[in-house]
Design a protein around this ligand. Structure first.
Ligand SMILES: Nc1nc2c(ncn2[C@@H]2O[C@H](COP(=O)(O)OP(=O)(O)OP(=O)(O)O)[C@@H](O)[C@H]2O)c(=O)[nH]1
Ligand SMILES: [Mg+2]
Length: 191
């Protein structure tokens, strides 16, 4: 069993070339800006402020490495789909990811986060197809499910079916511990 509570922030880096020296398997978290990446890291580790969260999108600009239970790194990537102060986060994300994915023998799993209230964006779909084409294991992690009602849930399920996403879907809310427990066990199977 991996002890998610035993987690520490290791480093922020603009490039995967400067990944931490200790080589652990990596689980990468990607998703649109403000989808809840940093919040999910905190919730998985049951920590309040391991990862910095913000109600303003575009907060995370670097690859952030978190050591989880000395078992693997969770890697928080910059969010895409948001341009701020002349910084093109999509370009930043694209360049960083291109480099990150190439020959990465540490990468075990990608968590693609999707806000339960939003449509899949072009970027989300691009990433999804990239992961599928390159046979990179991934989970589609739906976030903020506490924000949707029954009608929202059925719309969401319809959308997932239309996109032919049938397996490895996790419905999560940082306010619902059971949903996080399921995700933790799912992740453990890939480490
Ligand atoms: N109700 C609810 N709010 C959430 C949940 N997860 C995240 N949020 C809120 O969503 C906002 C954005 O969360 P972050 O975790 O900072 O999002 P991010 O994806 O890291 O954003 P960037 O770093 O800007 O890309 C914050 O106001 C969070 O409190 C959830 O499960 N439920
Ligand atoms: Mg963040």
């Amino acid at each position: 069993m991996i002890n998610f509570r035993n987690s520490t922030f290791i480093k922020s880096t603009p490039s995967v070339k400067e990944r931490p020296l200790d080589q652990f398997p990596e689980v990468l978290i990607v998703g649109k800006s403000n989808v809840g990446k940093s919040s999910l890291i905190n919730a998985l580790c049951q920590r309040k402020a391991l990862a910095f969260t913000s109600s303003k999108p575009g907060h995370t600009r670097l690859l952030n490495y978190y050591n989880i239970g000395d078992a693997f790194y969770l890697v928080d990537a910059p969010g895409y789909g948001y341009a701020k102060g002349g910084i093109d986060l999509d370009r930043l994300f694209g360049e960083m990811m291109e480099e990150y994915f190439v020959d990465n023998q540490f990468l075990k799993l990608v968590l693609l986060l999707i806000d339960s209230r939003r449509e899949f964006s072009e970027n989300d779909l691009e990433i999804l197809h990239y992961l599928q084409e390159n046979n990179i294991p991934y989970f589609v992690v739906i976030t903020k499910t506490d924000k949707i009602n029954q009608k929202g849930k059925s719309q969401l399920n319809k959308r997932l079916l239309e996109l032919d996403i049938k397996e490895n879907i996790y419905f999560t809310s940082v306010n619902e511990p059971r949903t996080l427990e399921k995700l933790r066990s799912g992740i453990e199977q890939y480490i």
